[in-house]
Design a protein around this ligand. Structure first.
Ligand code: FAD
Length: 531
């Protein structure tokens, strides 16, 4: 356990924040400068900046930075979640694609597999915070190009403050070919410290160890940067290596009175006039479900029986496209396609299909690490893995999974996290994967300079891939059917807020972090108005 400042003897703070990831760090940033005392409680430690940060073997095969926790699936089968407990949370390992959700994502949208319900807030409520978040997280992108305009549907959104990250040679060729064929690829908005015209100015070195790796040179905009900034505020204290075990309440169960934690030094109790939960959608739900008392036997903030339900994590497939010669791209994740977001413009399907973005370069160890749950390492020797790695372009196809009551986080009788999940809404996703495969196949035949072969591999992301977890603490007007209100305050309590992706009503089909950050900024404004 470490703390940036002496912990108060009586353990009392104006605000206690649980978790230092995208939501928690942003909340601390919103409260910085207010003069209020803030304690951030983080179960992980500070991530060392070391050689292993960029070592694919350490990261993907030895799982050096992943938790060794064991969770259970709906059949009681054990699995190791791909989750990271460190200061900065999962953002230290993310791919830095910072996308706004689209206007219609906040409205009710019929999908082939059911209805994607409306949020109680609109895109316009978040728009100013999206703009602020894009500044703070140094998002590089372009809204000038016509094909880029509709990646948010918001024609009033200001241009990004930072230019788009340049495409590597083969990525530029592929983008051009796709555009010529009628698709409208756009520059993927990325939170990196990089100016390709003056590369010496930023920290990002466009390496091949970005998404999935912690950035050794701190060139990604992750929550660690935000935490570093707020630590300068003398009223903000970060304590690490301190896991919150339970939230205890007043006798009537209406306010959180004590945040019960454990560290290597034993049990600790903290108090906050306001408590903000930002432990990630799964852990926040688990913490509430485990915080039972006679006033709330079913878990805290759970009068609606919705805590832990509606778990979503995106229906995702990796589509791998192989080339005959080496791909000339070290940092390929620089464009995306939204043409099929709402329907199939070629006709025949009037429902949303999803979003396509290029994935990071994968080297041999990354491939072996990704495959190791299925194929033993010796079956894919290093040399073969590297030959494959240098000849592939990887795409991530993301589609919306719909909130369902039965898809939920639970605690089993030993307190272990159980993730019960049934895939849904798959028809649009499979159609999109096939569209991409067919397009890549055609490009391979038609365009010599990008020699695509139509050998693709796709599979749905398994349950252990919790990267885009959300939905377990649903935001809504009705206390009977949601966990938090529009200000993200628990309906059942007067001083408990939640600002991680648990409050998402739907998963949309884009990466979640920018929305988590924008929403936490919005809730921060509300909390400040309470002081
Ligand atoms: C490999 C990977 C790639 C990704 N790529 C992208 C991307 O390109 N774009 C994008 O938008 N998103 C991406 N994501 C997702 C993104 O990282 C998450 O959406 C985001 O970090 C979630 O923020 P959060 O605040 O909800 O939770 P987290 O960032 O997970 O933060 C939760 C924090 O709470 C702490 N905590 C948990 N339980 C407790 C407890 N009991 N007591 C105290 N502390 C606790 C954790 O240690 C953690 O620090 C990616 C994720 C991964 C893993």
């Amino acid at each position: 356990m470490t703390s940036t400042r002496q912990l108060r003897e009586d353990g009392s703070y104006d605000v206690v924040i649980i978790g230092s990831g995208a939501g928690g760090a942003t909340m601390a940033q919103s409260l910085a400068g207010t003069g209020k005392s803030v304690l951030i409680i983080e179960r992980g430690e500070r991530l060392p900046q070391e050689e292993d940060n960029w070592d694919p073997r350490a990261v993907f095969i030895d799982r050096k930075y992943l938790t060794d926790e064991v969770w259970l699936d709906r059949n009681g089968k054990k699995f190791n979640p791909k989750i990271h407990y460190w200061v900065g949370g999962n953002t230290s390992f993310y791919g830095a694609a910072l996308m706004r959700m689209r206007k219609r994502d906040f409205e009710e949208v019929p999908h082939e597999g059911g209805i994607s319900p409306a949020w109680p807030i609109s895109y316009d409520d978040l728009a100013p915070y999206y703009t602020k978040a894009e500044h703070v997280w140094k998002v590089h992108g372009s809204r000038k190009n016509p094909e880029s305009a509709d990646h948010t549907d918001d024609l009033d959104a200001p241009e990004y403050a930072y230019p788009p990250v340049a495409h590597d040679p083969d990525v530029a060729v592929l983008k051009k070919r796709l555009t010529e064929s009628g698709w409208r690829p756009f520059d993927l908005p990325l939170g990196v410290d990089r100016d390709d015209k003056q590369p010496w100015k930023g920290r990002c070195v466009r390496c091949d160890t970005c998404g999935g790796f912690p950035c050794r040179v701190r060139g990604k905009s992750d929550a660690r940067h935000i935490i570093n900034q707020v630590e300068d505020d003398e009223n903000i204290t970060l304590v690490t290596g301190m896991k919150v075990k339970k939230l205890e309440t007043s006798a009537d169960g209406k306010s959180v009175k004590s945040v019960v934690c454990e560290s290597s030094e034993g049990e600790h109790h903290f108090k906050g006039d306001i408590v903000v939960l930002a432990a990630g959608a799964i852990n926040s739900a688990a913490l509430l479900l485990g915080s039972t008392a006679h006033t709330h036997e079913n878990g805290l903030a759970n009068g609606s029986d919705q805590v832990g339900r509606n778990y979503m994590f995106h229906t995702s497939s990796a589509v791998l496209s192989f080339t005959r010669s080496k791909v000339d791209a070290i940092f390929p994740k620089t464009f995306a396609v939204n043409d099929f977001y709402w329907d199939d413009p070629d006709g025949g399907f009037d429902y949303p299909m999803g979003h396509i973005q290029l994935l990071e370069h994968m080297n041999g160890d990354v491939i072996q690490g990704q495959l190791q749950e299925k194929i033993p390492e010796w079956l894919v020797p290093d040399m073969l893995a590297n030959i494959i790695a240098n000849r592939l372009m990887a795409f991530l196809v993301i589609s919306e999974d719909l909130p369902e009551q039965r898809n939920r986080v639970r605690l089993n009788k030993d307190g272990k996290i159980t993730l019960e999940y049934w895939h849904n809404n798959l028809v649009g996703h499979e159609r999109l994967v096939k569209k991409l495969e067919a397009k890549l196949g055609k490009l391979g035949r038609l365009y010599k300079c990008y020699r695509q072969h139509r050998i693709q591999l796709d599979e749905l992301l398994p349950l252990y891939g919790t990267a885009h977890q959300c939905g377990t603490l649903k935001m809504g007007h009705d206390p009977k059917s949601s966990v938090v209100d529009v200000n993200c305050k628990a309906h059942d309590l007067d001083n408990l807020y939640m600002v991680d992706s648990g409050v998402f009503v739907t998963s949309a089909a884009v990466n979640p972090t920018l929305t988590i950050v924008a929403n936490a900024m919005r809730v921060g404004e509300h909390i400040k108005s309470r002081f």
